[in-house]
Write a protein that binds this ligand. Structure first.
Ligand code: ZN
Length: 160
């Protein structure tokens, strides 16, 4: 038996204002779209703002459903829109923010496992890293230079 150790390195910023202007601007767009989320069941609002290589910004938020699995997360709402409308333009970065209507969320909230898998598909497709920033409503922001950092042992087409 051999042990396999997996290492990920993320950067933690104390607050959004410590980040470059273009990242702050993208995160502010995620705040705006987050507040339009349809989340009557979880009361947990998530916003995703993606910027593409051509400067286009694509926004998404979570869309819930009374039949819970039929809903969709903000990250996939945005990335599938980007995939549908701009199939050949790489995604440069994503800014994600979450807010609970039940308590103040100050913990950076990463994408769920299903979204990590979805983002991985696009990162592999474009063969360029997608930089990801995520935060709660306030407080610290975490940066990952690539989705691969958030999803070790990615399942991809090479296994098919
Ligand atoms: Zn998700």
């Amino acid at each position: 038996m051999k042990e396999l150790k997996i290492k990920s390195t993320l950067q933690v910023y104390e607050s959004l204002d410590k980040l470059p202007d273009e990242v702050q601007e993208l995160m502010h767009q995620s705040f705006k779209i987050r507040d339009k989320a349809y989340a009557p069941y979880s009361r947990f609002l998530v916003g995703a703002a993606l910027v593409l290589e051509n400067g286009e910004v694509v926004l998404g938020n979570n869309q819930e459903n009374a039949s819970y699995p039929s809903g969709l997360c903000a990250e996939r709402t945005a990335i599938y829109y980007a995939g549908a409308h701009f199939p050949d333009i790489p995604i440069v970065r994503m800014a994600l923010s979450a807010k609970s209507l039940k308590h103040q969320l100050i913990t950076p909230t990463p994408p769920c496992g299903a979204c990590r898998q979805a983002i991985a598909e696009y990162e592999l497709k474009q063969n360029k890293p997608i930089e990801i920033f995520f935060m709660g409503e306030l407080g610290k922001v975490i940066r990952s230079y690539s989705l691969a950092n958030l999803l070790p042992l990615i399942f991809d087409k090479s296994y098919l």
